[in-house]
Every structure is written in structure tokens, then in C-alpha cells.
Design a protein around this ligand. Structure first.
Ligand SMILES: [Cu+2]
Length: 199
């Protein structure tokens, strides 16, 4: 015959404490997910790994960014290599690939900690609602220049961002309007013809 002993009071307290702690942790996870919109990065299987950074504009301020980490820089498709400039209030849908070995992708001041893995694409979404500069750090040893591997996300006031982008576009297409001034610096162009008509 087995005898059923009453549970030790201390054991009851320990179990009670453990259960209440688990309830607190679970509630915190639910709150972070539903209330704060914190999500976990995912490995994307329907997008083949890419070799070049690219910015794909979505609707409004939602943009899709294809970022490539490679020895020893981050290419995020911005005209300024190593940078990503966005207007304030932009949600970046970030896809990350590696051009060579495993790299890290940590955004300071944001809860983003991704790995760039050869042959795979990782994805997360980040909201940039405050103006400032967010440094990107490679936090996975990737070779002799690893400590130099960094980038920056510049979150600019919308008016300043629009002005900068407009200026860069005009510089890229100097012959757009007849009044456009000729650029000071001459570039090596193999085909330079007199104005014989528009193409
Ligand atoms: Cu590194």
C-alpha cells in the first residue's frame, strides 16, 4: 500500500512562484508582440539570395530594402555606399543577404540583430520614427577588416530628405532641361557628340 504524503509547504511556494513567473514572462511576450509590434526575424525561402543592394519603394513611407553584407561593408542600395537615407517615419522592410561569408547586422538603438548568411535571405521590419543616425555594426567576426565593417541609417526630416534626393537626381541627369548648367567636372565619356538632336 502506498501512502500519499501531503506536499511540503515550501514546495508549494516554489511551484506557485515558478507558475506566476511563467505567467509574467508569457504575458510580456504577448504584450511585446501584440502591443509593441516586436517581431522575430525570419528566414525567407521565396526570395533567392541577391548580390547587390537595392531600395524598392512601396506605398507611402514603407520601403523595401535589399541589403548585402560583404567584406567589409554594407550595400543597402543607397547612392552613398554604406548608408541608407530615409525620411522620418519610414518603415523599412529589410531583406539581408551575404555576398561572401557570415556577417552580423546589428542596428544600434533598434532591436535589430540579424545574421547575413551565405545562400539565405533574412527578413525583418524596422520603424524609424525618430530623426537621427543609427549605426550598423557587424557583430560576427568575418575577417581581417571585421572591426572596420560598419554602416549607418540616416533618418532625415522629410523636407530635407526630399530636397537631397531631388538634387541627386538632377545631378545624375544634367541634360534633363535646356537651362541645366553644365557640370564643372568633366567625366570620361567615350561618345561625345555635338547636339545633333534629341534622342
Ligand atoms: Cu564582421
Amino acid at each position: 500500500m502506498s501512502t500519499i504524503k501531503a506536499m511540503d509547504p515550501l514546495e508549494k511556494i516554489a511551484i506557485g512562484l515558478a507558475l506566476s513567473m511563467m505567467t509574467v514572462f508569457f504575458s510580456a511576450v504577448v504584450f511585446a508582440s501584440a502591443g509593441l509590434g516586436v517581431g522575430v526575424p525570419t528566414c525567407v525561402t521565396n526570395l533567392p539570395p541577391f548580390a547587390e543592394g537595392k531600395i524598392i519603394r512601396g506605398s507611402g513611407k514603407n520601403i523595401e530594402v535589399h541589403a548585402v553584407a560583404k567584406m567589409w561593408m554594407f550595400d543597402m542600395g543607397d547612392a552613398n555606399i554604406g548608408e541608407l537615407r530615409v525620411p522620418e517615419g519610414t518603415e523599412v522592410n529589410l531583406y539581408l543577404a551575404s555576398g561572401d561569408v557570415v556577417h552580423g547586422f546589428h542596428i544600434e538603438g533598434k532591436n535589430v540583430n540579424l545574421m547575413a548568411v551565405p545562400g539565405a535571405v533574412n527578413n525583418t521590419k524596422v520603424m524609424f520614427d525618430k530623426i537621427g543616425e543609427y549605426k550598423i555594426v557587424c557583430h560576427e567576426y568575418c575577417g581581417i577588416q571585421h572591426q572596420m565593417m560598419a554602416g549607418v541609417i540616416k533618418v532625415m526630416p522629410e523636407a530635407e530628405y526630399n530636397k537631397t534626393m531631388q538634387e541627386e537626381q538632377q545631378q545624375a541627369q544634367p541634360q534633363e532641361t535646356p537651362q541645366a548648367q553644365q557640370p564643372e567636372k568633366t567625366q570620361d565619356k567615350p561618345q561625345e557628340k555635338p547636339n545633333g538632336g534629341q534622342q
